[in-house]
Design a protein around this ligand. Structure first.
Ligand SMILES: [Zn+2]
Length: 208
């Protein structure tokens, strides 16, 4: 950890991760991941760990962000193996960073949350997702990223769609990314976007 402020924010992120991981509308099993940038180090949820365990287990792994972003820019297949960028000295348990690490590294904001939010996915599986989402996300700086396999292809898809100021990504057929400078703001944005995207439950006809 670079500073005490980073350590405090990482503790806040672990608490938020546990809350997100305990909500089946946001994450299922080992899905979803959260991250914090501390200087040039990206702390991200390790592959195979569960967000709901963020307070009881060591689930965050440090990654050297600059060489990872350079690998994405070079389209180097090394970017598909983020474990090569894990910082060994700070990773005594040998945790492996998520294949979705590049999603987090590409967002410039300090805190990034990626969830397989049911309300988002119910929209993100539709062919006209981008049009429908645009109607609901008025006032939000967001971008739509068509489906790509997680890893280098998804990272390239995001790089193509990212504009300055964008802090929300809808990943086609996949899920949601929100980003902010603080854990508090990231959580607020997550719930704002989720409620904007939530579909109104259809009124069921009375049973005969
Ligand atoms: Zn995902």
């Amino acid at each position: 950890m670079a500073t005490q402020a980073d350590a405090q924010e990482l503790a806040a992120l672990r608490a938020l991760s546990a809350r997100i991981g305990s909500n089946p509308h946001l994450t299922q099993a080992a899905g979803g991941n959260t991250s914090l940038k501390a200087g040039d180090t990206l702390w991200i949820k390790a592959s195979g760990t569960w967000l709901k365990d963020a307070l009881s287990d060591d689930i965050m792994v440090p990654v050297a962000m600059v060489p990872l972003i350079e690998a994405v820019e070079r389209r180097d297949p090394a970017a598909d193996k983020p474990q090569a960028f894990a910082i060994g000295a700070l990773n005594p348990r040998g945790l492996r960073p998520s294949i979705e690490t590049t999603v987090h590294a590409l967002m410039p904001q300090r805190v990034v949350l990626h969830v397989h939010c049911v309300d988002t996915i119910s929209l993100a599986v539709q062919a006209d997702c981008e049009i429908k989402a645009a109607r609901r996300l008025e006032g939000v700086e967001w971008a739509y990223v068509p489906y790509r396999r997680p890893g280098l292809p998804l990272a390239q898809g995001i790089a193509e769609r990212l504009r300055p100021g964008v802090d929300v990504l809808i990943l086609g057929n996949h899920g949601l990314v929100v980003a902010a400078e603080t854990v508090t703001d990231a959580e607020r944005l997550l719930h704002r976007v989720r409620s904007l995207l939530a579909r109104t439950a259809r009124t069921a006809a009375n049973a005969d």
